[in-house]
Design a protein around this ligand. Sequence first.
Ligand SMILES: [Fe+2]
Ligand SMILES: [Fe+2]
Ligand SMILES: [Fe+2]
Length: 325
Amino acid sequence: MPDRKLDEQLTKYLTDIHSIEEQALAQLRRAPKISGDPEIADAFSQHLDETGRQEERVRERLGAHDASPSKLKDVAGRAGGVGMLLFAKFQPDTPGKLVAHAYSYEHMELAAYELLARVAERAEDSETAGAAREIGAEERRMAERLEGLFDRAAEASLRELDPDDLGEQLDKYLADAHAVEMQAIQLLDKAPEITDDEEISNLYKEHLEETHGHVRRVRERLDARGAKTSTLKDSGMQLGALNWGAFFKAQPDTPAKLAGFAYAFEHLEIAAYELLKRVAQRAGDTETVQMADAILAEERAVAHKLASQWDRAIESALEAQGVAA
Ligand SMILES: [Fe+2]
Ligand SMILES: [Fe+2]
Ligand SMILES: [Fe+2]
């Protein structure tokens, strides 16, 4: 007989995912219009249909757990799972940023379903576990589709530009990478404090060191290119206003969700460097291309390591909630 606390947690994970899907629907309705490329628009439209069905399935599972709609609304307004705070603030204004953002979001969904599946299995709710696995596979496929669209996204973002502006544009992409890295530092700096699991905590600490190195290298490239200092300040990623303090306050009980969020964030970085690399290639800046490749390898490595920690993450999160091991 699964215990009541575990069932409560399961309902919470379902509720969070429901709000993540609602947010996804809102984003996907808008995305095709600003995608700037028919193939990218197509990928979004397709996933919009899929996401509609996902939202329904999650709602069904919530119904099976007698979760009331009012409860649903509460949580959506409060936290919206892990994503709202970051993703609601992020207003993509180019096809590149749109794809980067979506790529990160799909990984957040993927992480959320990985966690949900594990909680459901522990609660012996095989229907929810099965749905989580199936939907997770759809999110993964969408993420892979987006990965295949980086070339087109970079093309579409640069299409309008005068070739003479390419260097300036490259500086902007470097500044965006810088902005994302600065946010990563804030996240990674705080993350170990709310993570009981030592292995995951060490992952954050190690990557914090690497991240300081990334910031330094990106700055060096900006300097070497003689980029204007104002470029750094008005970076298009516009992440400066992100309030991590509020984020951590809204998510006090969530070492597992934090791991999921960090995983999504690493994918935002991966997308930023994939795009940067393509712009640098077009601008003939081989040093920046090499830098992007080197940093990409580290971002991908840590994302991969995070993805191997879902079991531990959920264990320590449930323990923190007083769910018996
Ligand atoms: Fe989804
Ligand atoms: Fe999705
Ligand atoms: Fe990173």
